[in-house]
Design a binder for this molecule. Structure first.
Ligand code: ADP
Ligand code: ZN
Ligand code: MG
Length: 519
């Protein structure tokens, strides 16, 4: 999918996107309506009981902790919490549902009408071609390169997860062409939150950023491990397009099977271009569910909504409705931890960080915690210097190693030490980076590496003057040309001095001495 094709299409069409995000409440030790443990993997059908196997006569008992987690999730996304709520039965027939119905929620979800703000910057911001207009109208805030948009949350309801089908003999584990299928009920009955957004998202990048932001909120809450690979966070995307300037909604398709944030972005970009090509050719969009094939980088029709099931929802007769109190909700609100947006605001207000740094640091809970630990060790006055190292060198190292901030051999204390050495002038920036790499390679403390390698930045002007004089004496032609006005040669002299001093000279002092000597 060429990015320029998306840009071309989005000049003529506006995309309208709404997401449906399923999150397993992995923080719950037990399933939604029985005492079976919640865990990933394991021998098939070993974490099951008559309730989650749907045996006739087995009665569900609601998991209070899972309901509390759902209400916490709603509070964290500024939802209204229902005081009166209940579960419904959703009837459908598929082998992964042993009861032939799923206990879910219908018209009385626990949470509704919330919002999440999403920051978009960098190359991704360019996808929003109308942002100039939207900024003027107040729909977005920020500037053309970095803006904030608010995505409405329609609802968050609680339901039970299904079992897992394994299709044997078919391509890519899909049912088409499979010889036979197996079913594992270990996952059946796992507490599952379904969050539905308003159709407020306008670009694939906004969709990706929203999903990432939501994951960070869930991680800060501790409600789920949010693993897209293991399926504890699953994102389905509804998308339609309309001519720019139009206000009605086009026919949407629903895209499934995105196993990463990149896939979410790429699947939406593909689907927007595909829909534009259909419309441009005079065709109409079929309302249907489509499957993202990450290998082929395309979507294909899975099933048509025409054959949509009639779920025949009715109130779950085996459980009484829930009556919550304002006091209970307030007590839960008191349990909310600091969320990414609040943390971002605090980094700006208390540590004086530029907003951009605060956005990057709080986009990853583990990174934000790492940063705070390093600042605690280095001192608040070095917060900006620590932020530069964390968003620069450290983030690049995590990326290259494919690890999270809490798994790095460079502890917050070690990073703080490097920052202090560089900030205090003991090491040059280049030496600081060398020590950083050495910590990764050896796991040694920065001070020990500095000691072992005899690394000290030389700031003593007498020592530097001696070398400067040698360099100038050895390069009389360059000195003459410099004095004739070729001041660009300053870089050459600095380089020569640095080379002689094996990169250990303080560049500021070298520059000062050279300038004084050259007149
Ligand atoms: P359905 O009846 O197919 O389940 P819903 O109205 O419940 O559709 O919406 C499901 C999701 O699709 C929501 O996230 C919603 O914001 C989004 N959505 C609804 N209509 C459109 C549309 N025309 N284009 C894009 N997204 C849409
Ligand atoms: Zn069970
Ligand atoms: Mg719906």
């Amino acid at each position: 999918m060429a990015a320029d094709r998306l840009t071309d299409v989005m000049e003529r069409y506006e995309a309208v996107i709404g997401l449906e995000i399923h999150t397993e409440i992995t923080a719950s030790r037990t399933k939604m309506f029985c005492g079976c443990p919640v865990a990933f993997g394991g021998e098939p059908n070993t974490r099951v009981c008559p309730v989650c196997l749907g045996m006739p006569g087995a009665l569900p008992v609601p998991n209070e902790a899972a309901i509390e987690w759902t209400v916490l999730a709603g509070l964290a996304t500024e939802c209204d919490i229902a005081l009166w709520s209940q579960f419904h039965r959703k009837q459908y027939f598929y082998p992964d549902m042993p009861k032939d119905y799923q206990i879910s929620q219908y018209d009385l979800p626990f949470c509704s009408d919330g919002r999440v703000s999403v920051e978009v910057d960098g190359p991704g911001a360019a996808e929003r071609l109308d942002r100039g207009h939207a900024l003027e109208s107040g729909l977005l805030t920020g500037d053309a390169e970095a803006y904030t948009t608010v995505i409405g949350i329609t609802r968050i309801h609680l339901e039970e997860d299904t079992g897992k089908m394994v299709h044997v003999g078919g391509a890519e584990g899909r049912i088409a062409g499979a010889d036979y299928s197996l079913v594992d009920f270990n996952r059946a009955g796992t507490p599952l939150m379904e969050l539905v957004t308003e159709p407020d998202i306008r670009t694939p990048e906004e969709a990706r950023r929203f999903a990432q932001k939501l994951r960070q909120i869930w991680l800060a809450l501790g409600v789920s491990d949010c693993s897209m690979e293991e399926g504890s966070l699953r994102v389905d995307a509804n998308v339609s397009i309309r001519p720019r300037g139009a206000t009605g909604l086009g026919t949407k398709t629903e895209v499934k099977n995105m196993n990463s944030f990149k896939s979410l972005h790429d699947a939406l970009a593909y689907e927007i271009v595909r829909q534009a090509e259909v419309l441009d050719a005079g065709g109409v969009i079929q309302q249907e569910t489509r499957h993202w094939d990450v290998g082929a980088k395309r979507t294909s029709a899975l099933r048509s909504k025409e054959e949509a099931h009639d779920y025949r929802y009715f109130p779950e007769p085996d459980m009484v409705p829930f009556q919550f109190t304002e006091e209970w909700i307030a007590a839960l609100a008191g349990r909310l931890p600091e969320l990414p947006d609040a943390r971002k605001a605090r980094f700006v207000a208390e540590l004086g960080l530029p907003a951009q740094d605060a956005v990057v640091l709080t986009s990853d809970t583990a990174l934000a915690t790492y940063f705070e630990d390093a600042v605690a060790a280095a001192g608040a006055e070095r917060a900006k210097a620590v932020a530069n190292w964390v968003t620069g060198e450290f983030a690049a190292h995590l990326n290259a190693a494919g690890i999270g901030a809490d798994a790095s051999p460079v502890t917050p204390g070690a990073l703080a030490e490097i920052v202090e050495l560089v900030d205090g002038g003991t090491l040059s920036a280049r030496q600081g980076r060398e020590v950083f790499s050495a910590v990764i390679e050896t796991g040694m403390a920065p001070s020990a590496i500095v000691e072992q390698r005899g690394m000290r930045q030389v700031s003593d002007s007498a020592a530097i003057e001696a070398v400067v004089d040698r360099v100038l004496a050895a390069n009389p032609d360059e000195v003459a040309r410099y004095r004739d006005g070729k001041t660009g040669l300053m870089g050459f002299f600095v380089g020569q001095v640095m080379k002689e001093m094996r990169g250990q000279a303080n560049p500021g002092v070298v520059n000062d001495v050279l300038r004084a000597r050259l007149g």
